[in-house]
Design a protein around this ligand. Structure first.
Ligand SMILES: *[C@@H]1O[C@H](CO)[C@@H](O)[C@H](O)[C@H]1NC(C)=O
Ligand SMILES: *[C@@H]1O[C@H](CO)[C@@H](O)[C@H](O)[C@H]1NC(C)=O
Ligand SMILES: *[C@@H]1O[C@H](CO)[C@@H](O)[C@H](O)[C@H]1NC(C)=O
Ligand SMILES: *[C@@H]1O[C@H](CO)[C@@H](O)[C@H](O)[C@H]1NC(C)=O
Ligand SMILES: *[C@@H]1O[C@H](CO)[C@@H](O)[C@H](O)[C@H]1NC(C)=O
Length: 544
């Protein structure tokens, strides 16, 4: 939606020019995702998973700016110990009002796809580019493996002169991994209020756990002298990863699909759902170097498998031996320059409009229980999705739907007050050692569907920025407080939730319903979409 504000300079840059490859821009990119159960051992421990096309992470979906994705999801799930229904969200893709029914958020914009059934998501990418991902948006199902990259390449990338290589070999996907399946873990969480602590962290689907086998680490191959656009995606359901590459600095050029002015750092802390493109120049002696992605997420004493330093992969120069780096297993990052979110500036600046509507969201947890409140309400997914209700002309929502009805074409300001640093919070939020150096700083990561927002006050800074704040779709909240602004120019029921999916499941979610009248007028779902709810509701509970 914010493209309305793009500057004339950018529009000039992006003006199509007559090269043959652009002829395909408006084409359909067809993708098939078979959602299957498969026994996999990403960290050396074999378990049944829920994955796309039999692999973890799922196949990368790639597209060119302007294309429409046509993603056919075939639900072939059979394992009775995990959720059998599914739904896929294209995380970071804004979707239009007309297409909101294809954005995959269970019980907000759709019902899940029943086992044995198929559904085709039609996803026009509009003018979006950059690094995104897809994942199950049903309960905590993505913990079981259903996650993958979604990259939109821009043939006219205004930053193209900054790098030489940008292909699937430069996509780096970070994920937390559990050896148990999500249902027993969710049951335990609901009984104790303690978020399950992951066994390992995976880099491009490979990890190790303390006491486990030495699974060969993933390798990113580089050639001396070339510059690589690494697209780093945090596909975590809980853990915060801290990303760095030994001896190499990283120049950030994109955050969550928004191009940034080049900004060079050594260490990047990524919250769940966040993405960055960084340029790495292969200008060091030919050798193997560690790519470090240690993580924080719960007390390690709650899971003796956890050893955050085993979350790594290898940067290998051509000519270096096929071996692990010989440098020590140091954490490293604490010695480098960390990325401070407030220092990121968009390449194309937009001054955020003044706030027309102010909302304050107070996040609290009930100690010892898996219950999170936003303004004293714990979100519960309704039986009838929000979008179905709006289309049926209903304007009434259960209080537990925590739905904010917003006027059209306004600027909404959401303020998350500073969080109390009490024990209950510390237990459930993430300790964030590198962002602020203050070990007690606590944060969670909020993600908006349907658009992005200006981070007018980042939790990484004590001052607000009304001049050139970064825009993104996932931001940390907590610590010293966070304030964001977004426009309601894209009517729709958009989930706004914590991207720590355990917390989301425990109620840390709201729905930002922009302009319901325009939704009714302009959203005309297909028969296939209309059939999803009756089919799902007819399922016995064990198949839902
Ligand atoms: C999974 O969790 C259940 C319930 O807590 C437990 O009984 C089981 O041993 C766990 N399995 C694994 C592989 O951790
Ligand atoms: C990924 O997100 C999780 C959860 O917010 C966070 O703990 C972790 O540090 C993030 N990883 C990176 C590399 O930012
Ligand atoms: C974690 O793994 C590293 C690398 O193998 C090892 O040096 C370290 O001792 C391990 N940590 C613990 C607590 O065992
Ligand atoms: C919203 O809050 C800001 C302060 O952050 C204030 O300047 C503005 O007047 C408020 N707007 C409304 C509509 O209340
Ligand atoms: C939440 O509930 C408490 C206690 O009932 C009350 O004092 C507070 O004002 C409520 N907060 C909101 C945002 O409604």
């Amino acid at each position: 939606m914010h493209f309305l504000f793009a500057s004339a300079a950018l529009l000039a840059l992006l003006k199509p020019h007559p090269v043959a490859s652009l002829a395909v821009d408006a084409s359909i990119k067809a993708v098939t995702l078979d959602i299957v159960n498969k026994n996999l051992a990403p960290d050396g421990f074999l378990r049944s998973t829920i994955v796309a096309n039999g692999q973890y992470p799922g196949p990368a979906i790639t597209a060119t700016k302007g294309q429409t994705l046509r993603v056919t999801v075939n639900n072939k799930l059979t394992d009775p110990n995990m959720r059998r229904s599914t739904t896929v969200n294209f995380d970071g893709i804004f979707q239009s009002t007309a297409n909101s029914y294809n954005e995959g958020s269970a019980f907000v914009t759709t019902c899940p796809i029943a086992p044995g059934a198929s559904y085709t998501y039609e996803v026009p990418l509009g003018s979006q580019t950059g690094t995104h991902w897809y994942h199950s948006e049903l309960s905590v199902q993505y913990v079981d493996g259903l996650r993958g990259a979604l990259i939109i390449y821009d043939p006219l990338d205004p930053q193209r002169q900054l790098y030489d290589v940008d292909d699937l070999s430069t996509v780096i996907q970070l994920g937390d991994w559990w050896q148990n399946s999500s249902l027993p873990m969710l049951a335990r969480y609901e009984a104790t209020g303690i978020v399950p602590v992951s066994d390992s962290g995976t880099v491009n689907g490979i990890g190790r756990y303390q006491g486990g086998p030495n699974v060969p680490f993933a390798v990113t191959n580089v050639v001396s002298g070339k510059r690589y656009r690494l697209r780093v995606i945090n596909q975590s359901a809980r853990n915060v990863f801290t990303f760095s590459v030994d001896s190499h600095s990283l120049t950030v050029i994109e955050a969550d699909g928004v191009a940034t002015r080049p900004h060079t750092v050594d260490v990047i802390e990524m919250l769940a759902g966040q993405r960055y493109s960084v340029v790495l120049t292969a200008n060091k002696p030919v050798a193997n170097y560690w790519i470090n992605a240690p993580f924080v997420g719960g007390l390690p004493s709650r899971n003796l498998h956890q050893n955050a330093t085993l979350s790594r992969s290898i940067l290998r120069y051509r000519g270096a031996p096929i071996a692990e780096p010989t440098t020590p297993w140091t954490l490293g990052p604490e010695n480098g320059v960390p990325l401070i979110e407030a220092n990121l500036v968009p390449l194309v600046n937009e001054v955020p409009p003044p706030a027309d509507v102010n909302i304050s969201l107070d996040l609290t947890v009930i100690a010892g229980q898996a219950i999170w409140n936003v303004n004293n309400i714990s979100y519960l997914p309704p039986k009838v999705p929000t979008l179905n209700k709006v289309l049926a002309g209903s304007a009434s929502f259960d209080p537990t739907e925590n739905t904010f009805i917003l006027p059209a074409h306004k600027t909404i300001q959401i303020e998350f007050p500073p969080t109390d640093d009490d024990d209950a919070h510390r237990m459930c939020f993430i300790a964030s050692p590198f962002l602020s150096i203050d070990l007690d700083t606590i944060s969670t990561a909020f993600h908006l569907h349907g658009g992005n927002f200006w981070v007018v006050k980042s939790m990484s800074s004590s001052t607000a920025n009304f001049v050139n704040p970064i825009r993104r779709d996932v931001a940390g909240v907590g610590g010293s407080g966070t304030t964001i602004r977004f426009r309601t120019d894209n009517p729709g029921p958009w989930l706004f939730h914590c991207h720590i999916f355990w917390h989301k499941q425990a109620g840390l979610a709201t729905v930002m319903l922009a302009d319901p009248a325009a939704v009714r007028k302009n959203t005309h779902p297909t028969k296939a979409w209309e059939a999803l709810c009756p089919a799902y509701n007819a399922l016995p509970v064990e198949l839902q």
